[in-house]
Design a protein around this ligand. Sequence first.
Ligand SMILES: NC(=O)c1ccc[n+]([C@@H]2O[C@H](COP(=O)([O-])OP(=O)(O)OC[C@H]3O[C@@H](n4cnc5c(N)ncnc54)[C@H](OP(=O)(O)O)[C@@H]3O)[C@@H](O)[C@H]2O)c1
Length: 247
Amino acid sequence: MKIAVVTGASSGIGREFAVQIAGKYGKMDEIWLIARRKDRLIELQKELRLPVRVFAMDLTDNEDMNTFDGFLKENNPDIKLLVNCAGYGKTGRFDELDIYEQCGMIDVNCKALTLFTGLCLPYISNHSRIINVASAAAFSPQPGFNVYAATKAYVLSFSRALNAELKSRKITVTAVCPGPVDTEFFDIAGEKDMKLKYSEPSKVVTKAIKDAALGNEISVYGVTMKMAETAAKILPHKLVMKVFNSK
Ligand SMILES: NC(=O)c1ccc[n+]([C@@H]2O[C@H](COP(=O)([O-])OP(=O)(O)OC[C@H]3O[C@@H](n4cnc5c(N)ncnc54)[C@H](OP(=O)(O)O)[C@@H]3O)[C@@H](O)[C@H]2O)c1
């Protein structure tokens, strides 16, 4: 049985991954949907034309992670595709935001993603794919989105190194680095900046799935974000930070 696992499947980009994987990604037998909001996952389950298993769990909760680990051990699945999409961001200066909310970003975006990958990895067979949703915020430090950008720089760095480490097993890891995407992300992050252009989740996900299939290390959707990636590579970060400075 070939399994696809998607975290953050209850909304936005993760939900779109589940829809597109069930619709067109090479012959999966089952898809596992992971997030805290069970009602949303069950609603999605009804829409997908693929057997679905719902795991309503908090990725930062040790007990939930232990239960999931136990399930893996008991069932010994063949995971062909893992999409780590769960995450959140909070805009604002470090000295103005709630410190626990900021550390929560590290817990979900970094620790949970790392732990979940580590738990799944023994069951990910050769020639499989891992997709980690980072962000264009990973390209450079970002005043006004400080901790979030740092967590996504971690995801990008972790993904690239893991991609190199897993080459011998022909498992590729693709870090997805979108700019602003039109999702519920901004319900938590803070109000949408109407000067920015928001991409559709479907386009970001189609590109990410294509890049993962090609074995690409990074997936960047859209000309503006590609320019941001290049700028962050060639220009001093002091200068790039001025452009990105949102607060
Ligand atoms: N939207 C953007 O502009 C944008 C740009 C670049 C990167 N990203 C990244 O894309 C990813 C998806 O974001 P999105 O835009 O799709 O936002 P979203 O619609 O708010 O989705 C976030 C998902 O993460 C899940 N999640 C959050 N905390 C969790 C936890 N503790 N345990 C389990 N699941 C948890 C949420 O599910 P529950 O609440 O049901 O648990 C939800 O399914 C994030 O990693 C985000 O950083 C977003």
